[in-house]
Design a protein around this ligand. Structure first.
Ligand SMILES: CC(C)(COP(=O)(O)OP(=O)(O)OC[C@H]1O[C@@H](n2cnc3c(N)ncnc32)[C@H](O)[C@@H]1OP(=O)(O)O)[C@@H](O)C(=O)NCCC(=O)NCCS
Length: 212
């Protein structure tokens, strides 16, 4: 029996393949972390580090925190995304009170060189296929600052609909508008996106999601 079966999980959608980030991936992924990937603005920055160094440090700590605090009632799964044999970004899937709420949230980033060719849609579709067709999710939510056309574009392309707006504090003291979106299991099934997704290695992971 594998003690940590999540490392054996494999997802695919069209040209991208996804596997959970491993500690050995951290240097390579941190080295390609794009400048426009926004960490949670509530995270503390170390004054002695450059912005870039803080971003990379927070990326490492996000990985360790996700593994160290995993429980079926609160989990964060970071997937390394590969395309043509290269790591190109990270797709994150999250669930809070998932056994009860059956709702997932997501976040992602890609290196700038491969954006705009549908890979953002493919990697989000992969984790939604896992969520709706294998974990029994009833809804997926997403949020993006109002000016993030690429993130909103991914959500709308897949069929999320607007679910209200909120405000978020930004570094330096300002406030930004956050667009919330939601996709139901019914809309996902009607669109038939799941046909493009492959999921392997899930069965031993089911207790991690509170499903056995
Ligand atoms: C968000 C991100 C992962 C999307 O990936 P992508 O590969 O660029 O997106 P896709 O090519 O799959 O495009 C998805 C949709 O958004 C649209 N889109 C993409 N970039 C766009 C832009 N800059 N302006 C307007 N629309 C855009 C596309 O046209 C497409 O819609 P369509 O299929 O209806 O034409 C990527 O742009 C990124 O890493 N951004 C920086 C990090 C970030 O902001 N992450 C999200 C917040 S966590």
């Amino acid at each position: 029996m594998t003690t940590w079966p999540l490392h054996g999980l494999r997802l695919g959608c069209r040209e991208v393949s996804l596997r959970p980030v491993r500690e050995a991936d951290l240097p390579a992924l941190a080295a390609i972390l794009p400048a426009d990937f926004e960490q949670d603005p509530r995270l503390e920055l170390f004054p002695g580090l450059s912005d870039e160094h803080n971003q990379r440090r927070l990326f490492y700590q996000g990985y360790w925190k996700a593994l160290g605090t995993w429980s079926p009632s609160s989990w964060v799964l970071h997937f390394a995304v590969a395309y043509r044999g290269e790591l190109i970004g990270v797709q994150t899937l999250e669930g809070d009170d998932f056994p009860v709420l059956r709702t997932v949230d997501s976040a992602s980033w890609l290196v700038p060189e491969v954006r705009g060719r549908g890979l953002g849609v493919a990697m989000r579709t992969a984790v939604l296929g896992l969520s709706f067709d294998h974990l029994g999710a009833v809804a997926a939510v997403s949020s993006a600052v109002a000016g993030n056309a690429a993130s909103l574009g991914v959500s709308r392309r897949i069929g999320y609909t607007d679910n209200g707006v909120g405000l978020i504090a930004v570094p330096g003291g300002g406030v930004a508008e956050l667009q919330h979106l939601r996709l139901t299991a019914e809309a996902w099934q009607t669109a038939g996106h799941g046909r493009t997704v492959t999921v392997d290695g899930l069965e031993p992971c089911l207790p991690w999601f509170g499903l056995i």
